[in-house]
Write a protein that binds this ligand. Sequence first.
Ligand code: ATP
Length: 144
Amino acid sequence: MATIKLEVVSPDRVVYANDIAMLIVRSTAGELGILPKHAPLVTGLIPHAMRVKLPGESEERLLAVAGGFMEVTPEKITVLASAAEEPEAIDVNRAQRAYQRAKERIAAFHQSVPESTDIDMGRAELALQRAKARLMATKTHFDD
Ligand code: ATP
């Protein structure tokens, strides 16, 4: 089966490297499926759980990515992530706390709670997306 190299790099380490059959990512331009021999491409990635299909395996592997960039050549996919984790490295309680914090900030902003004028909505939305990516990568239920 044809494969393509995948390397997911965060600022401090190589998070994941493997020969894979397909990668499904959420880019700034929408969802993309990358197969071997894909045309060259550079795009931004939004926080989400990337889906990795390995050759000969029906089940997908999930990787949380907090955002960053992806470069594709016909032989290799490089994801340069601000942060990325394999499910086993994710602290679910921490992600749940981050999720709650972001939800509360966004709700306070919408309800015009007096102290909420200091809330940076863009930052809160991104924190929420990162927390959701980690919960999805660990298949942890959350109320959306
Ligand atoms: P928090 O508010 O919990 O710090 P965050 O989304 O602001 O979450 P990031 O800025 O995306 O965190 O990541 C900072 C560092 O912490 C990165 O190295 C990332 O891999 C790690 N990290 C963040 N959340 C988790 C988690 N739930 N489990 C494991 N590592 C995490």
